[in-house]
Design a protein. Structure first.
Length: 130
């Protein structure tokens, strides 16, 4: 999912950066799944979790980049996240973050290739109970 939007929010703070790639994945998770004798499967489904992988373009503002890296790598249980093209903010955490430090000088460094995973902490959809 490509986007032309250049901002997203984490915990109410807007980060204006160029999102060059946004992948969405729907994971349908179970409390339990049991194989039946007839070969079928009985599932007790929790719901569908929407998880994302984002790639960010070059950020020339070193302060902005450092602030974003700091929040992405914060050792907290979850964040409120609002992504472009998504109707509602959701609670999630950053499962992994990486970038490439290309140039280190006395004045700082230049990084590019920032990417990170967002894992939803709650299902976006739940099964209807019959």
């Amino acid at each position: 999912m490509a986007t032309n939007n250049t901002a997203f929010k984490i915990d109410g703070v807007t980060y204006k950066v160029h999102i060059i790639k946004m992948e969405r994945k729907g994971d349908i998770l179970d409390f339990t799944a049991k194989r039946l004798q007839n070969g079928g499967v009985k599932r007790d489904i929790i719901g569908t979790y929407y998880n994302f992988t984002l790639e960010i373009g070059v950020v020339n503002n070193q302060t902005l980049y450092d602030q974003l890296w700091w929040v992405l790598t914060a050792p907290v249980a979850s964040h409120q996240i609002q992504l472009p093209n998504q109707p509602e903010p959701f609670e999630g955490y950053f499962g992994s973050c990486k970038d490439n430090i290309e140039l280190v000088t006395e004045d700082g460094y230049k990084a590019k290739g920032l990417s990170f995973n967002i894992v939803a902490t709650w299902p976006a959809r739940r099964p209807s109970r019959r």
